[in-house]
Design a protein around this ligand. Structure first.
Ligand code: PEP
Ligand code: MG
Length: 321
């Protein structure tokens, strides 16, 4: 099976009518890059940088970060690589970032909020990324298309802050994760400043449903099929179209093939997922046109709850075929 997969070139993500939907990988370290390429990832939609920080008692140096980012960028010459700035806080405590106890860490000083209080860490990440990008310019394969994004952005002002800072480091494409309802609801304004939005459906679901994603007793609420979550995704999709800016999805929802079709119908322009999910999503996208995807999404949006949204989408999808 492996030999077959290696000999058949994987086609880029697309709908039945030829609409391109780039299929990207979520990666947690540069060592995962080779497998993602083998599985047909067209780039990286979410590179989580936490691995560099979580096992350390002190922040990694710029040199250590540069080495990791260079390894990552080298694996994707000419391809889009979206790197997320450190997403830590009281839920993933780091002694050098934030050691205060919080009763509600998901609602506390995390993501960009925490980085802003330790701006040197954010600046060091941007320095290392910019240097890594520069270093790959001199390789025969050339550089990757580096994009950076901030996690847990909840205001337009935070968006402006991050995009302005990234530009200081000569990073051309800076955007934000939309994973808090406030950012989704004001996506039209967020996208006036940001070059792109990437929807983190894991946190967007947690915050929309007010259900801690780490708490087993409320796990049934953590379902991105919920029409309330889908409405927020549509809000961002519409804002992306109005501003002519890309809207990616990088939460687990993109790995559910039928939900991936719904997300595209709501306006997502690329999907990023665990590399092992790429093949199934690629196959399902090819079964539907963009018009189909819009209709399937409308059926899901009209439901009252997550289970009925899924059933309505399945029924609509079966009708389209
Ligand atoms: C998300 O929240 O959907 C996301 C992609 O980020 P993480 O899962 O790392 O919080
Ligand atoms: Mg998140």
């Amino acid at each position: 099976v492996r030999a077959e997969a290696a000999s058949a070139p994987v086609t880029p993500g697309a709908l039945a009518d030829g609409t391109a939907v780039p299929l990207l990988a979520n990666l947690g370290s540069p060592t995962a890059a080779a497998e993602a390429v083998e599985l047909g990832a067209e780039g990286v939609g979410l590179f989580r940088t936490e691995f560099l920080f979580l096992s350390a008692n002190q922040a990694p140096t710029v040199e250590q970060q540069r080495a990791s980012y260079t390894e990552l960028l080298k694996a994707f010459p000419g391809k889009k690589v979206v790197v997320r700035m450190l997403d830590a806080g009281a839920d993933k405590p780091l002694p050098f970032l934030n050691d205060a106890h919080e009763d509600n860490p998901a609602l506390g000083l995390r993501g960009l909020r925490a980085l802003r209080q330790s701006e040197d860490i954010l600046r060091e990440q941007l320095t290392a990324l910019s240097e890594a990008h520069e270093a790959t310019r001199r390789t025969p394969e050339g550089p990757a298309d580096l994009w950076v994004m901030a996690p847990m952005v909840s205001t337009v002002e935070e968006t402006e802050y991050f995009v302005t800072l990234a530009r200081e480091y000569d990073i051309k494409t800076a955007g934000v994760m939309v994973e808090v309802p406030s950012s989704a609801l004001l996506a039209d304004r967020v996208l006036r400043h940001a070059d792109f939005a990437s929807i983190g459906t894991n946190d967007l679901t947690q915050y929309t449903m007010a259900a801690d994603r780490l708490l087993g007793s409320v796990a049934s609420y953590q379902d991105p099929w919920h029409p309330a979550v889908l409405r927020l995704v549509r809000e961002v999709g519409d804002a992306g179209k109005a501003n002519g800016k890309p809207v990616g999805i990088c939460g687990e929802a993109a790995a559910d093939p039928l939900l991936a079709v719904v997300l595209v119908g709501l306006g997502a322009t690329s999907l990023s997922m665990a590399p092992t999910a790429l093949a199934d999503v690629r196959a399902t996208l090819l079964e539907h046109t963009l018009d189909d995807a819009v209709r399937i999404a409308e059926a899901a949006l009209a439901a009252d709850d997550a289970a009925s949204a899924r059933t309505a989408a399945q029924t609509a999808a079966a009708r389209e075929k």
